[in-house]
Write a protein that binds this ligand. Structure first.
Ligand SMILES: [Fe+2]
Ligand SMILES: [Fe+2]
Length: 367
């Protein structure tokens, strides 16, 4: 994208972000108790799971899934360094505080359950520590820009996808090792919280400066899961494993759209976000080339983007709100009766033709 707006927030927006982080720091929820895990390692014995693996998942695949979780989590300090650098460069003390006080200490606990599980399968500490060390030492190339909005959008997607990953492992463990499944789900719950926090930080920034929606679109378009480069031995198999385990990609796409519709804050801005992403990725919007659609939408303004925002919600099966917060975002107020019927036909027409890959991409999730 060529002409990105500068990153800036009005003091009122910064105050809200500081307030949000105050709340999170005061009430971060229950973190994983690593001592409790160490005291009862038998609960994390997963030897029985091997005999119950779903068809198409070998023991080697299963070990790879666990190692991908453990090693991606072990690289927390690599991501944290990028977050802290960006937060300091833009003087976003709220983001620095969140990272240092809550996020990093929380993330450091996430690999522990997987270390216990892998030990029960016969891996020695020496082997596991060697892989952890290699992962930590690998150069981490950040995919997506370091302004605070790009970082919090990156955080939202990464947390969202790791949330699903821990949940997927939990479902494989559930039958033969319920204690281990509980641990994986404890980690999953932390990632759910992280997703919501980063999403709310993103939403507050966009609310304070709506031009930042362009950064949201760009980060979503360039996002790459760090496991692909930091843990290539396993990360490159993640899509195959998800497909073999029948992951519901449509559900993932729907949840991703729900999160980013909330970040956008209005149906109109959701439409703008989709158009930004379609332009960045080169996917058509309805029958039109994305750049053409963007030019037309910029002339039409609110109602046009509103229609696209509605269409994308319809496409993934989320309810289309009847009325929106601000009058400038209210795309439907121009329509009633017969006009509303025409509009809903147009919406369905556009929805049928939106390529969900504009949102989900080809690699992170598939629709
Ligand atoms: Fe984590
Ligand atoms: Fe997390």
């Amino acid at each position: 994208m060529s002409n990105m707006p500068g990153y800036s927030l009005p003091p009122s927006g910064i105050k809200k972000l500081e307030g949000l982080v105050d709340q999170i720091v005061a009430n971060p929820g229950r973190m994983i108790d690593v001592k409790q895990l160490a005291d009862a390692p038998s609960a994390l014995d997963i030897r029985n799971v091997v005999a119950t693996l779903p068809e198409g998942i070998t023991e080697e695949d299963f070990v790879g899934m666990l190692k991908l979780a453990m090693l991606t989590e072990s690289a927390t300090d690599s991501y944290a360094a990028v977050f802290l650098e960006g937060a300091r460069a833009y003087n976003a003390t709220w983001l620095t505080r969140f990272n240092e006080k809550v996020w990093v200490p929380d993330e450091h606990t996430h690999m522990v359950p997987y270390q216990h599980m892998l030990r029960s399968l016969g891996f020695t500490d020496e082997e596991l520590n060697r892989e952890i060390k290699e992962t930590k030492e690998r150069h981490y190339e950040h995919c997506c820009g370091v302004t605070p909005i790009e970082l919090t959008v990156y955080g939202t997607i990464q947390e969202f996808l790791t949330d699903h990953w821990h949940g997927l492992i939990g479902s494989v463990l559930k039958e033969a090792a319920p204690g281990a499944a509980r641990s994986a789900n404890l980690v999953k719950r932390r990632e759910t919280l992280h997703t919501v926090w980063y999403r709310d930080m993103s939403a507050l920034q966009v609310e304070a400066n709506p031009e930042l929606i362009a950064y949201v679109g760009r980060s979503l378009s360039t996002f790459e899961m760090p496991g692909t480069t930091l843990v290539p031995a396993y990360g490159l198999h993640s899509m195959r494993w998800m497909q073999t385990l029948n992951v519901d990609f449509n559900h993932i796409a729907k949840e991703l759209v729900r999160n980013f519709a909330e970040t956008a804050g209005s149906v109109k801005r959701s439409g703008m976000l989709l158009v930004e992403m379609a332009v960045a990725r080169g996917y058509k919007i309805g029958p039109f080339q994305p750049a053409f659609a963007q030019a037309a939408m910029n002339r039409l303004g609110g109602p046009g983007y509103g229609l696209i925002g509605e269409a994308i919600l319809e496409k993934v099966g989320l309810p289309v709100p009847r009325s929106f917060e601000g009058p400038q975002d209210n795309a439907t107020r121009f329509y009633s009766g017969v006009f509303e019927r025409i509009r809903s036909k147009m919406r369905s027409y556009v929805a049928e033709r939106i390529d969900v890959r504009a949102i989900t991409g080809d690699t992170s999730v598939k629709a």
